[in-house]
Write a protein that binds this ligand. Sequence first.
Ligand SMILES: [Zn+2]
Length: 298
Amino acid sequence: MPTRQAISLRKLLSIFLIPLFGCFARLSAEGPSGRDSLKIGFQPEIFEQGQVVMVTVTGEQGIKRVSGRFRDREVYFQRDEDGKYRALLGLGLRIKPGQHRLEIEADFQDAQAQKVYRDISVSRKVFALQRLTLLYPLSEKDLLRVNREKTRLDKIWRKETRKRLWNGGFIRPLEGEWGSGFGLRRMINDEPRSPHTGVDIIAPEGSPVRAVNSGRVVLTDDLFFSGNSIILDHGQGLYTMYFHLSKFLVKVGQKVAKGDIIGLVGSTGRASGPHLHWGVRLQETRVDPISLLSLPLQ
Ligand SMILES: [Zn+2]
């Protein structure tokens, strides 16, 4: 059968060609000019589902531009004050464990452009399981509302502001005890439901919630599950979410700086008590907000 042959040939090719290309990539990174090689660093160096990874590209002084691609998406490299090019990669909660290729291309002032590849080996992460009992299932009307809101949010995630609006390291939105963690798998009335895609921070009603980095407000609204919700766009496909608020202190379209108070803690929407649910989306992937805090960004 021709199809089966084609598949096995492809498999064979990938087995032999991937190591070859990997080798070629390293050779080309050193370059024929004998100058410094292109250096690619990752932080952290262990890749797990639901993680944000910072990629740093350094090399010859004359780097003019760095661009990249990962899983069919553009990777936004930007030159920081220290002369290094940095970008954030989102290894989403649902990324397939295994090898994923990162392609990086660097343009130089006075040398040929170089293209290098790195295979990122993503390992499976096992998230805890929580069983919940819900006595009153959602009504038809509630379900329609939930679906409408999902469509509206998906539209936001798809939009990528090319400009980087965040600046330097990320901060916690508020002090308080960590509640339910990221990725927690949930069974409601013995049926699997969507996992917990943010982290909860428990704090008294009315506690101030701060913008974790600079950006622009793209949503302030009362949503079915998340109650009074704020979404900030930090540019280059990075969004942060702040749910269950008692009060909004910003408006859609407003620019915010890192540390600005944007709202107050509450228990609106489906919340069992006052807390902040903090979520992060990076290029349509769901990532652990805590992994953003530990990045040594300039
Ligand atoms: Zn939550």
